[in-house]
Design a protein around this ligand. Structure first.
Ligand SMILES: Nc1nc2c(ncn2[C@@H]2O[C@H](COP(=O)(O)OP(=O)(O)OP(=O)(O)O)[C@@H](O)[C@H]2O)c(=O)[nH]1
Ligand SMILES: [Mg+2]
Length: 460
């Protein structure tokens, strides 16, 4: 059922800023705003030209009190973000001012928007499909230019178009196996079973490419979780600071300085790394340190990449050996620090213990950091990001549905090959269409929208 309420929210971040925007969408948006907004021109808000800006003031009708001087934008349906009437009030960016304007709207019948509800309406009113709506949250949270480009392409319909073409192709196969279905809306020529099987294999190949793109997509949109681990005092926090190029974490000569994990994002050759500095791994001296050590262990488990740090100016000990065995070598980068202390000589730390070639650095003098970054990029994407051509899947939800589609098509193809009944094949094909439809939102399952839009910020 169509929601005809009018909703409002503060759309700019809470806090102080030069300008703040309170936004309202729905059939009553203009009427509600008109009750509290007076244009300097003396015109009424409803007389304003669509997509124009008016200068005026917001006044509380109950007290007569002037709330703020504002610029008001009126955008009329259907050529708007939500395809409904939208009013945007640009006020001074103080939280009290914005809250007051919002309250005036709510008192007059608007409802506070839930997270992502403006975008949800854009979807429900048919302006964009679900995959495009999901890209909006991604544009907002993009961490690198490449991540932004991929999210923008998705908003522009890169995924929607690919899904549309795959859908048409599956429908052609369906027509071949299920002769009495009415496919008058699809432009199809007759296929025999063998051709249908060939077409299915082609579709599966395209699905495979899409599924493969999900790795790069995830890297770009979420970043690579990269934990820096090692025993106390090897220079983990110093390395975090050196990579960030600012003094983010406390560094001292006292072992056990870092007690909680610290997370920051850096950009390494276009790849966003979510760096996590951890508490030094050793038998903890107290409860606080123990919690820190537990968190470090969790960081190792959850990380995509682990920088295992050692102090090259000291011989290895049991803590170093324990670390080497506790990190799976596929996701480990071995780093020997403090090379300024053994300049020109071999480190005292025995490199022979390591399952892979270490990078030798000094977090203090920054020596070796470029090599370390290059090694990280190599491990994550084989050196450089692949060219971002064609649609790239960035959502885990989409990847899982694409896999479901591919599996259903595989069963259909096998069915065609061994000659099972048409109904069974048609059923698999329908399942594959259903999974594709869930990506774009043509096919809706209970609770799906709530899960998706919960991730959004309020006011978007
Ligand atoms: N000479 C030299 N000293 C370093 C280098 N990196 C770190 N240090 C020193 O080593 C000490 C420990 O550095 P931290 O970065 O706090 O070490 P950590 O691994 O974070 O230690 P915890 O948080 O206690 O686990 C400090 O005195 C740093 O100045 C380096 O490359 N060369
Ligand atoms: Mg530290």
């Amino acid at each position: 059922m169509r929601d005809v309420s009018t909703i409002a929210a503060i759309s700019t971040p809470l806090g102080t800023g030069a300008i703040g925007i309170v936004r309202m969408t729905g059939p009553q948006a203009v009427a509600i705003c008109q009750e509290v907004c007076h244009l300097a021109s003396g015109d009424s808000l409803s007389a304003m030209r669509s997509h124009g800006l008016g200068y005026g003031a917001i006044q509380d009708p109950a007290s007569g009190e002037l709330v703020d001087e504002v610029l008001v934008g009126v955008m009329r349906a259907p050529g708007t973000y939500t395809r409904e009437d939208i009013v945007e009030v640009n006020s001074h960016g103080g939280p009290v001012v914005q809250q007051k304007i919002l309250s005036l709207f709510l008192e007059r019948g608007a409802r506070l928007a839930t997270p992502g509800e403006f975008t949800k309406r854009a979807f429900l009113n048919g302006r964009i499909d679900l995959s495009q709506a999901e890209s909006v949250a991604q544009i907002i949270s993009a961490k690198t230019e490449a991540g932004l480009r991929v999210a923008m392409a998705q908003l522009d319909g890169s995924i929607s178009r690919e899904i549309g073409e795959l859908r048409q192709a599956i429908l052609r196969v369906m027509a071949a196996v299920e002769a009495d279905i009415d496919f008058s809306d699809v432009d199809i020529e007759e296929l025999d079973r063998e051709q249908a099987g060939g077409l299915l294999a082609e579709i599966q190949k395209r699905l495979g490419d899409l599924i493969d793109s999900a790795f790069v997509g995830r890297v770009l949109s979420q970043g690579v979780r990269t934990a820096i681990v090692g025993k106390p005092n090897v220079g983990k926090s110093s390395l975090l600071n050196a990579l960030l190029m600012r003094e983010r974490a406390i560094v001292t000569e006292i072992p056990g300085t870092t007690r909680d994990t610290i997370e920051e994002i850096i950009n390494v050759q276009g790849i966003p790394l979510q760096l996590i500095d951890t508490a030094g791994l050793r038998p903890a001296a107290d409860e606080v340190e123990q919690i820190g050590v537990d968190r470090s262990r969790r960081a190792i488990r959850e990380a995509d990449l682990v920088l295992c740090l050692f102090d090259g100016s000291e011989p290895e000990d049991d803590h170093d050996r324990a670390l080497i065995t506790s990190v799976p070598s596929e996701k480990a980068v071995y780093v020997i620090n403090k090379c300024d202390r053994f300049r020109g000589q071999v480190p005292r730390f025995n490199q022979g213990l390591l399952p892979g070639e270490p990078v030798i650095i000094s977090a203090m003098t920054r020596q070796g950091l470029k090599t370390l970054k290059r090694k990280i990029a190599e491990l994550v994407v084989g050196g450089a990001l692949p060219p971002l051509e064609g649609p790239i899947v960035t959502h885990e939800r989409h990847r899982l549905l694409l896999e479901q589609t591919r599996d259903a098509l595989e069963r259909a193809r096998q069915g065609l090959r061994v000659g099972i009944g048409e109904e069974l094949i048609a059923e698999e094909l329908r399942a594959s269409l259903g999974a594709l439809g869930e990506i774009t939102g043509e096919e809706m399952i209970e609770g799906l929208l709530d899960t998706i839009f919960r991730e959004f910020c309020i006011g978007k």
